[in-house]
Write a protein that binds this ligand. Structure first.
Ligand code: DAT
Ligand code: MG
Length: 138
């Protein structure tokens, strides 16, 4: 087994809609381990570091405003191929077209806003996971 770790965030829409338990259930049911978890309202500087790759894109400012709009649940998860596996559980970025059976496909809503409020974040590569886990968990 090549166990690895990933960063999952339950974004402010997920926390506000009381979907934390539902999302954690899906992670646990898949067999991934919860290594660390916390409720956090991060500084803008932390969010800017997290989303540095998107700076300058049209959705960047709305994205940071959205991420500042309420508490976030940050989770360190572990498991075999968990980075790829959680991305698969989450579904694609746009909740309208995300596949049914995924978190975003089953539970995501398109509010017609400038940013996708798509419930969760998951690291997209081992390099991203290492970088993001350092940002959120030190
Ligand atoms: P993902 O969260 O699926 O990894 P991403 O890293 O490309 O997607 O973008 C980060 C977040 O930014 C995404 O969850 C929602 C928002 N976003 C991305 N592309 C967008 C777009 N074209 N319009 C609106 N919001 C977008
Ligand atoms: Mg991403």
């Amino acid at each position: 087994i090549t166990s690895e770790e990933s960063l999952v965030l339950i974004k402010p829409d997920g926390v506000a809609r009381n979907l934390t338990g539902e999302i954690l259930s899906r992670i646990e049911a898949k067999g991934y381990q919860l290594v660390d978890i916390k409720l956090i309202e991060p500084e803008r500087s932390l969010l800017a570091a997290h989303y540095a790759e998107h700076e300058g894109k049209p959705f960047y400012e709305p994205l940071l405003e959205f991420m500042e709009s309420g508490p976030i649940v940050a989770i360190r998860i572990a498991g075999n191929r968990v980075i790829e596996g959680f991305r698969s559980l989450a579904g694609t970025t746009d909740p309208t077209t995300a596949a049914p059976g995924t978190i975003r496909g089953d539970l995501g809503r398109d509010w017609g806003l400038k940013v996708q409020q798509n419930l969760v974040h998951g690291s997209d590569s081992p390099e991203s996971a290492e970088r993001e886990l350092a940002i959120w968990f030190g």
